[in-house]
Design a protein around this ligand. Structure first.
Ligand SMILES: [Zn+2]
Ligand SMILES: [Zn+2]
Length: 555
């Protein structure tokens, strides 16, 4: 009997967009394939989706095949890799594998969210290999902007794939080992079928600086600061928190944490020994209690999040932490595209209050956690794959990474998007089909399909408001009393000063009077006629068409 086992790959998220990473590896004959999921992340919704917080991958495909899903491996605890696990896990229910730090964070978060499901997690250390169905999955240490990031070596009888997830090369990552070059080279010697690799910084030349360089800059800035110092960064960047805290202690300051997310990360990091040797942090009250040059705060809110500690300080609304002229705020972060306005508002508020602001534009206070071209070139040289699949990308980076991988001598480079089903083996690699993929929107407590009308409606309401009209009709087809009109989101007056409410009232009467007598008893007809006429008359004086809802009741 011929061996009809195939090794395939597809993504439900993360190929062709930034965020909501979710990859699937499949092994077996097409009719009876076993699946391994790698990561289950979220993306953040922009202003085009008003009211929606998060976007998650649509797991419909794997929900249908959930009996064949042998496990979910989480590469690291960034939201774009783990953020949808709590919400979506119960729909597929497979065992979950991750490192101790990621599991600690997931558990800390679960305890903060009443009703969140308890997910069975298996803790795996770097260097370990776990058998998950037909896959043997080895966790390999890589440097990144969060502790315990893992590249995965995924072995099947049909070959070995290296899934890098997010990584960079950093000789001194401050916390944890550097990227395990020796192990990756050994895999290259063994023979790697495919490399699925991070594309985030493929457009940038050279190598990214080390966390150690950032630590030095922070130490220098903090040693020279006169007033209070606040360092804001991503809550999960423990290496950065450690560098900033050490710089504070070295300058004779106490260190406190402002922000729940950061407190949670610090607690887990301490448990995992990542802050060994760093003295205990002070309570929030230290910020008020201590002399200004004796305190350093680590704060959440580097992306301008309105409810985070930093925004509240900028607005003078933080219950304990207040800044004044001569204090310093260091943004040890990069502003994620889409957040520029919110961050700019905070910076302007501080600068107006004569608080000194330092960002990565003026000092080396941040480095990316993703590989630039020289680092990518090393990865390709170590692993020497037969096939390359660029991942973690927007389309522009994807095209660039395809060209880059070809230039590194990879024989087959595939340009794949979410839902493309790629066969790695047997035979030449190619896209052999499509699987269902898409997005779901987290809207309050509800998970919406992406085509749900309500979000578009919300956008239209925010653009042109709504007019609600109630009309009562007698059996004879006459109006019983004046119509009730409620207007929201429209200007009160036209350019010439006429009241919009009067224009709307007049339109309702004129329209009704203009209807043939026989039609005035037809509620649907009356409603449609008034709706259309009001929309048009408002458009004539305003230049915009509101939503118009007409309710006709027969009395
Ligand atoms: Zn990522
Ligand atoms: Zn990451």
């Amino acid at each position: 009997m011929p061996d009809d086992n195939e090794f395939v790959f597809a993504s439900l998220g993360g190929l062709g967009e930034i965020g909501m990473n979710c990859a699937l590896y499949g092994y077996g004959p097409a009719r009876a394939r076993k699946w391994l999921m790698v990561d289950l992340g979220v993306a953040f919704a922009g202003e085009d989706l008003p009211g929606v917080d998060l976007i998650m991958p649509d797991l419909g495909f794997i929900e249908k095949a959930k009996n064949d899903l042998v496990g979910i491996v989480i590469t690291h605890a960034h939201e774009d890799h783990i953020g949808a696990l709590a919400e979506l896990w119960s729909s597929v229910g497979a065992p979950v594998y991750m490192t101790r730090f990621a599991a600690g964070l997931a558990e800390a978060r679960r305890l903060g969210e009443p009703g969140a499901p308890k997910i069975p997690m298996k803790i795996v250390a770097h260097g370990e290999t776990v058998a998950i169905g037909p896959f043997a999955v080895e966790f390999i240490a890589v440097a990144h902007s969060i502790p315990e990031s893992s590249a995965l070596a995924i072995r099947t009888p049909a070959g070995l794939v290296v899934h890098t997830a997010d990584w960079k090369i950093d000789p001194v990552p401050i916390i944890g080992p550097p990227t395990d070059e020796g192990r990756l080279k050994a895999l290259g010697d063994e023979g790697v079928l495919a490399l699925v690799c991070d594309s985030t910084n493929v457009l940038r030349e050279g190598e990214s600086p080390s966390e150690r360089d950032v630590a030095k800059t922070l130490a220098w800035l903090i040693a020279g600061a006169k007033g209070r110092v606040v360092v804001t960064t991503f809550a999960s960047n423990v290496a950065r928190l450690r560098s900033a805290a050490e710089a504070g202690f070295a300058a004779g300051r106490q260190v406190c944490i402002l922000g729940r997310a950061m407190e949670r990360v610090v607690a887990v990091a301490r448990e995992c020994g990542m802050l060994d040797g760093v003295p205990p942090f002070s309570g929030m009250d230290a910020f008020e209690r201590l002399p200004r040059d004796k305190i350093l705060a680590l704060a959440t809110g580097s992306q301008g999040e309105a409810r985070a500690a930093l925004a509240r300080m900028a607005e003078d609304e933080h219950p304990t932490a207040e800044l004044s002229a001569g204090d310093t705020v260091i943004f040890s972060s990069r502003t994620i595209p889409g957040n520029e306005k919110a961050v700019g508002k905070i910076i302007n508020a501080f600068v107006s209050a004569d608080v000194e602001v330092v960002t990565d534009r003026t000092a080396l206070v941040h480095v990316s956690g993703h590989p630039r071209q020289a680092e990518l070139a090393k990865m390709y040289a170590w692993v020497r794959p037969k096939i390359a699949v660029p991942a973690h990308v927007e389309p522009l980076h994807l095209t660039e990474h395809v060209a880059f991988a070809k230039a590194q001598g990879v024989p087959q480079v595939l340009r794949a998007f979410n839902g493309d089903l790629i066969r790695f083996a047997p035979g030449d690699a190619s896209v052999v089909g499509k699987i269902a993929s898409g997005r779901r929107l987290k809207d309050g407590e509800i998970l919406l399909p992406v085509d749900q009308e309500c979000v578009g409606q919300r956008r239209r309401l925010s653009f042109a408001g709504v007019v609600s009209i109630a009309v009562a009709l007698t059996p004879k087809g006459e109006m019983a009393g004046d119509p009730d009109v409620m207007i929201a989101g429209l200007p009160e007056r036209t350019r010439e000063g006429a009241g919009l409410d009067e224009i709307i009232d007049a339109t309702i009467f004129e329209t009704f009077e203009g209807l043939p007598r026989g039609k005035r008893r037809d509620a649907d007809f009356v409603s449609t006629a008034i709706e259309r006429a009001v929309r048009n008359s408002v458009n004539a004086v305003w230049g915009k068409k509101p939503q118009v809802h007409v309710l006709v009741v027969e009395v």
